[in-house]
Design a protein around this ligand. Structure first.
Ligand SMILES: O=C(CN1CCCCC1)Nc1ccc2c(c1)OCO2
Length: 325
């Protein structure tokens, strides 16, 4: 089996949403595919009306294939302080033509304000490792984990784009989607994430490939060194990050992966991607797409980095492949 689904950017590439079919007859919800978490959760008829703000909701009672997972609950919180929780159904889930029957669909009974405010997203589809799925008392598997045994190849690829539709493919590598060769590097999934080590200016950086996080968060030394090249750039505590004049031409940001025998490969993030967004309506000052990881405790290669590459999430061999495009 295989699947292929469009990933549409929202609000200046802040997130990427994909249409997912749930239940019988199919209910299509736009979900945020997140390689940084492992719960598939949705706005539902169980979500308080006061917390629903235009989102499409899942109605298990109108799906003939939905079965309540008796006694199961879930509760998750994310690095940005957002959170959600609820109950669990098993139902049929289809992504880009790839179907998993009896997928745990986590219906929200509570969502935090940032989810309520995000009118375009109906929830998340977690693509990290099932070891960090939050369903209790019986942990559930991710869509990818359930699909893997049926896939032509035990992998999925992420091809996110700047201000344009990209694609997630499951079970195959589309050779027309990248240029040159794919450089592979081992994955450390001990924390449940797609962890890997890259080299930035000769310094090894261990972080995670996280499609659910908008920006890149790296060690202070690397970030300070990058912004030292931009006149007028500074760390601004009120914005809790590096800002600079919006007219600045930003240097490209490169990192190497798979430095083994073959010398590995270089991913180059265009400077224009690092000029992420204005901090206010005047458009004078802009917020950087590269920020320090010092308040997080882990380095994150988020969408700003991922959209500069074609990325292979290889669950069979537990490796990450990176290619230019
Ligand atoms: O929270 C997330 C990702 N999260 C995925 C689900 C939707 C809401 C965003 N990333 C994140 C992780 C660490 C952070 C951070 C953001 O901001 C500062 O530290």
């Amino acid at each position: 089996d295989s699947g292929s689904v469009t990933a549409s950017p929202r609000q200046q590439d802040t997130e990427y949403l994909c249409p997912v079919q749930i239940g019988s007859p199919a209910q299509t919800l736009p979900l945020d595919f997140d390689t940084g978490s492992s719960d598939l959760w949705v706005f539902s008829t169980d979500t308080p009306r006061s917390e629903v703000n235009g989102q499409t909701v899942y109605d298990a009672s109108s799906s003939s294939s939905a079965k309540r997972l008796s006694g199961a609950t879930w509760k998750i919180s994310y690095g940005d302080g957002s959170s959600s929780s609820g109950i669990v159904y098993l139902d049929t889930v289809t992504v880009g033509g790839l179907t998993v029957s009896r997928q745990a669909v986590e219906a929200a009974k509570q969502v935090s304000s940032s989810f309520s405010r995000d009118t375009s997203s109906s929830g998340l589809l977690g693509l990290a490792f099932s070891s960090i799925n939050t369903v209790s008392p019986n942990q559930q598997k991710t869509f990818f984990d359930n699909a893997m045994p049926h896939l032509d190849a035990p992998l999925f690829t992420a091809d996110l784009k700047h201000n344009a539709d990209g694609r997630y493919n499951f079970g195959y590598i589309d050779k027309s989607a990248y240029t040159g060769s794919i450089s592979y590097t081992p994955v450390d999934n001990s924390q449940g994430f797609w962890g890997f080590t890259a080299t930035v200016d000769g310094t090894d950086v261990t972080g995670i490939a996280d499609t659910g996080t908008t920006l890149i968060y790296l060690p202070d030394s690397i970030v300070t060194s990058y912004y030292s090249q931009v006149s007028g750039a500074r760390y601004d505590s009120s914005n809790a990050g590096y800002i600079f004049p919006c007219g600045s031409s930003m240097p490209d940001f490169s990192f190497n992966v798979g430095g083994g025998g073959g010398g590995g490969g270089t991913v180059t993030v265009p400077g224009s991607y690092v000029n992420f967004a204005p901090t206010d309506q005047t458009g004078q000052t802009c917020f950087g797409g590269l920020q320090s990881d010092s308040s997080i405790g882990i380095s994150i290669f988020g969408d700003i980095a991922l959209k500069a590459a074609f990325v292979v999430f290889d669950g069979g061999n537990k490796q990450l492949g990176w290619a230019a495009k």
